[in-house]
Design a protein. Structure first.
Lengths: 677, 323
């Protein structure tokens, strides 16, 4: 195909990253000669195209040779598309007339034969050249940013994010699923490595969040639906019925005291303690209002009782209360939805649920907590006996291909903390069974050394089983922990009174559905996926949705707080911009061609597609669309076209790749290395 | 239901009780087993450690014969009641499929006898798997006419069928529960048996008797600690070791265990109302009669009032929820 465009081709060496596997000089020379008919008037190679000198090369050619299109063969567009578009813009060329082809990620890093790599590079460049000729100049979309923010999840990461934003003068809606904010941190007694009291450092933040004039706290609430797009989201929030009028309730707690019904608390007390049918998770709860547990309330179940109502001094009990749906307008959303604990019952050979004195880490946290079911006493399941020996098992459900192959990050330090607390409170012998000791952050290794010096025994080996099947004298009526001590190469059986399983962290059981609600994706495991694992850890691929804390992957308190603050900083940056420029790479519907079949409607990962039921055609919200092209490919009537992804552009690129002309006739010999055998 | 059947050598001699009871139970459940014609020994647990290639060829001959057999029923399935045979057949089937090189070598060997085996074309199943998954617990429960009320049973799986967990048959290879469930369907009381997948010693009795006796003692002791009336097994090797060497264990350790070791099919047959003689009872060394005499016609009465735990006791986690 001949074109009137003047195209420049720029091949980057990327040091030896590309040049080590691709004959870059040959690719540039070939492009200049063989693609001259396609409009290439200049083709160069350079050691680092992304450097300022490399960019100037392009800029000078645009100005001096009057280039109308640019093709850069370098790394992935993910990395440097913005760089080269910037260069074009500075030289007066519309940035969308620049096309990148990936010679690093798709060629040099994945191939091992230099001849093949060079041939493939030429094909990719030819594809880019054919395509760029059909590019059109585009102008970025700008959208205004609503200054309010929605923070989902009131754990430490969410609280931190909410406070940072609220303190800087912008409004925050903080939504929490449980009756109180505080998250997992509120359940703990001590925090590693400083051993400061968890409640002492958390509750002031909870109170600040609860009282802040810029924070609307919606506890016992869940986000049901999110519409709109970055800068202008509408979130629908279900405020679940507490059966208590928050305007009247003073939080005096008389209802809790008088409620005759006690049930096992599987959430806050991790199954180790009880709560009343009207209760709050803990006395310092924020907000202070209790919630009536409808499934266990005698009145709701049998129609009689109403003790709470009789005794409430302010008449705040309201059995008629119903769920309420609230809509809020926000510009940005931060998800800080946290984690679930691995269910130790999935490893039956560890005996949790079968053997009374096997505890999970969360049970043990509650046991150590002065406000917990045992008032901080470390005791066996009978509630009285102090253990004389305790085994702490690391990596339960983590680093195990049968359950979760990843490291749960916090368990080593948590287990060391447990060892210290057991020693401190009971003086028992403590045996920590570990695979590797991972104490990598500030002051963590020092804490490990401290626990070592306290006389805790460390056995390096994954525990095979925990059993009450006594084999030798001395094992009777004990729990026997069997593991291979990999340092001495021998099986060891340690009889103990009590076992604590340091269970791993897992994504929330509904993380995939939550991800879908907010239009962001999860990894295979179910953790939310960040935009870039190193360079953009709190943003997501969906503009305006940020993530913080353990919902992105296992994290301890310092890391969660850092992420909460980081996400807040990103949101504040957006709010200060006032408006946001969006990539104009978008799909649009050619209305005359749309048959209203709705095939595309459910496919959009960003919820950008809606259906006009009156006109019976599909519509695409340009601000929500991320230009992924799924709908373009799916549309059977070719009624959806993508800017930068039109059929003509993609077909031209294919022709270039295959060295065909527009009518499908080969114009050049396909490189012999690339011909399929 | 129709399956190919590979009895293995044990079932013809020391485990004749297993064979008879399996046939009787199959009959009652309308299962037809078609024995592989001209089958040979599977090589037991030793041969693979001595010389792998001939060992695989020995097993593959049975698979080749089974694959030719027309009457194996749906999915060309081959049932092995013996755990060692089952594991050898599974291993050969899987390793030949994983390694085309091994498959080719084995088939070269089989050609001498005019045979060929296409790996994976026969699906190998254990008898327990068939009875719990294909027949199903409910169908078994329907056949029960004489429930085994009040009989306390330790379910012993042994180490061979659960590991390495081919086809993910046993859900949790460290703590399987299908035999537990099956025994409960017969009306028996199943005790928690933490050593359920521990080794019985295998042929260690011939190599180092003290080691074997200690392994056997652990299994007997644990069953006794949990007041089991009988240990139920599904493997001729396990049955032989626990039953035949029980006296030796008692002598060696000064203990006095008298725990009958029964095949799960024997108890199924008994609960189905089949005559004990047809089920091979009486072949065991440790007399099963005192244990079987404990069976009652009525289910054990549930204690009227559950003992309330002391006020200060911490609640136990719920075992079933979330599993």
């Amino acid at each position: 195909m001949s074109t009137k465009e003047k195209i420049g081709v720029y091949i980057c060496h990327c040091g030896s990253n590309i040049a080590g596997m691709v004959d870059v000089e040959d690719v540039a020379k070939w492009s200049g000669e063989e693609l001259a008919d396609e409009g290439v008037i200049v083709a160069r190679d350079y050691q680092f195209m992304c450097s300022s000198l490399g960019q100037e090369l392009i800029e000078d050619d645009i100005k001096e040779k009057g280039l109308t299109r640019v093709v850069v063969g370098a790394c992935s567009p993910h990395l440097h598309e913005a760089t080269f578009r910037g260069a074009c813009q500075r030289a007066g060329l519309n940035p969308f007339l620049c096309e990148m082809v990936s010679l690093r990620e798709q060629v040099s890093w994945v191939l091992t034969d230099k001849k093949v790599a060079t041939a493939k590079s030429k094909a990719l460049v030819a594809g880019g050249v054919e395509r760029v000729a059909l590019h059109e100049p585009l102008e970025p979309l700008t959208v205004p940013i609503h200054p309010a923010t929605l923070v989902v999840g009131g754990g430490i990461a969410g609280i931190q994010a909410a406070l940072e934003i609220a303190d800087s003068g912008h409004h925050v809606y903080l939504v929490e699923r449980d009756p109180s904010i505080g998250g997992h941190m509120a359940q703990f007694d001590k925090t590693f490595p400083t051993l400061d009291c968890s409640a002492c450092i958390l509750t002031p933040k909870m109170v600040s969040a609860g009282n802040h004039p810029n924070i609307t706290l919606l506890s016992w609430s869940e986000v049901e639906q999110v519409d709109g797009y970055v800068g202008n989201f509408t979130a629908t929030i279900r405020k679940k019925a507490r059966y208590i009028d928050e305007d009247l309730c003073t939080g005096c707690g008389v209802c809790i005291e008088k409620c005759p019904k006690k049930v096992i608390d599987n959430v806050f007390e991790a199954g180790l303690g009880y709560h009343k049918a009207v209760d709050r998770p803990f006395p310092q709860a924020v907000p202070k209002y209790p919630v009536i547990d409808k499934d266990n309330c005698i009145y709701f179940q049998r129609g009689k009782c109403r003790a709470c109502e009789i005794f409430c001094p302010t008449k705040a009990i309201d059995f008629e209360q119903e769920d309420e749906l609230i809509q809020v307008q926000v510009g940005n959303i931060i998800l800080a939805t946290g984690f679930d604990l691995f269910d130790s019952r999935r490893i039956p050979q560890y005996g949790y649920g079968r053997l009374a004195n096997v505890f999970t880490s969360l049970e043990f946290e509650r046991m150590c907590n002065a406000a917990g079911p045992t008032n901080g006493q470390v005791v066996l399941r009978d509630g009285v006996t102090q253990p004389k020996s305790v085994a702490i098992v690391h990596c339960v459900g983590s680093r195990d291909k049968n359950y979760n192959s990843y490291c749960s990050n916090i368990c080593c330090m948590q287990s060391l903390k447990f060892a210290h607390l057991v020693k401190e409170r009971t003086g028992a012998e403590v045996y920590n069974f570990y695979i590797d000791m991972r104490t990598i952050f500030k002051d963590y290794e020092e804490f490990y050394q401290k626990v070592l010096s306290e006389g805790v025994h460390f056995i390096r080996g994954r525990v095979a089983e925990i059993t009450d099947a006594a084999r030798e004298p001395g094992e009777e009526d004990k729990l026997i922990v069997q593991a291979e001590d990999t340092f001495i190469g021998k099986q060891r059986r340690i009889p103990v009174d009590m076992v604590v399983l340091s269970a791993g962290l897992e994504p929330r059981s509904d993380s995939k559905e939550v991800g879908h609600t907010f239009g962001i994706s999860c990894s295979m495991n179910g953790w939310f996926t960040e935009k870039h694992p190193k360079l953009d850890p709190v943003a997501t691929m969906t503009e305006g949705i940020f993530i913080a804390g353990a919902c992105q992957g296992p994290k301890d308190i310092p890391a969660s707080v850092a992420q909460g603050a980081a996400a807040a900083a990103r949101v504040l940056g957006r709010i200060n911009q006032g408006e946001l420029a969006l990539e104009p790479v978008r799909a649009s519907v050619i209305e005359e061609l749309c048959s209203g079949c709705r095939i595309c409607n459910t496919l959009c990962p960003f919820n950008a597609i809606s259906f006009d039921t009156v006109r019976k055609i599909t519509e695409i919200n340009a601000a929500l669309c991320q230009g992924c092209g799924t709908c373009v490919a799916a549309c059977p009537s070719e009624a959806i076209t993508g800017t930068q992804f039109s059929n003509a552009q993609v077909l031209a690129q294919l022709d270039g790749l295959l060295m065909l002309d527009f009518s499908g006739k080969p114009v050049r010999q396909l490189h012999p290395e690339l011909v399929p055998a | 239901m129709k399956y190919g059947y590979y009895p293995g050598c044990s079932l013809e001699r020391n485990a004749i009780a297993y064979h008879r009871s399996a046939m009787a139970v199959a009959d009652a459940l309308d299962i037809e087993f078609v024995e592989v014609d001209d089958w040979n020994c599977c090589g037991a647990t030793e041969y693979i450690s001595i010389d792998a290639l001939p060992a695989y060829a020995l097993v593959a001959r049975n698979l080749a014969l089974a694959s030719q057999q027309k009457q194996n029923g749906n999915g060309n399935q081959l049932v092995a009641p013996c755990s060692a045979c089952y594991l050898n057949l599974q291993k050969t089937n899987h390793y030949m499929a994983d390694s085309p090189e091994l498959a080719q070598q084995v088939n070269t060997a089989l050609q001498a006898g005019g045979l060929n085996y296409d790996p994976g074309s026969v699906r190998v199943r254990h008898l327990l798997d068939i009875l719990t998954q294909d027949v199903g617990y409910d169908a078994v429960a329907e056949k029960v006419t004489k429930p085994l009320y009040n009989l306390r049973i330790a379910p012993y799986y042994g180490c061979l069928i659960v590991r390495p967990g081919f086809d993910d048959t046993y859900h949790n290879p460290e703590y399987p529960t299908c035999l537990d469930e099956l025994m409960r369907k017969l009306g028996a009381t199943v005790v928690d048996y933490p050593v359920k997948t521990h080794c019985c010693g295998g042929h260690m009795t011939q190599i180092s008797e003290p080691v074997a006796l200690d392994l056997i003692r652990r299994l007997l002791k644990n069953a006794a600690d949990y007041q089991a009336d009988a240990i139920v097994t599904l493997c001729p090797m396990c049955q032989l070791n626990l039953d035949g060497y029980q006296e030796a264990v008692n002598k060696h350790f000064g203990t006095n265990y008298q725990i009958p070791i029964l095949y799960f099919t024997q108890l199924m047959g008994l609960a189905f109302g089949i005559k004990p003689k047809k089920l091979g009872f009486g072949k065991e060394f440790v007399d099963a009669r005192p244990a079987l005499a404990k069976i009652e016609a009525e289910p054990p009465k549930k204690p009227k009032k559950r003992k309330r735990p002391p006020k200060e006791a911490l609640p136990m986690p719920n075992l079933t929820e979330g599993m």
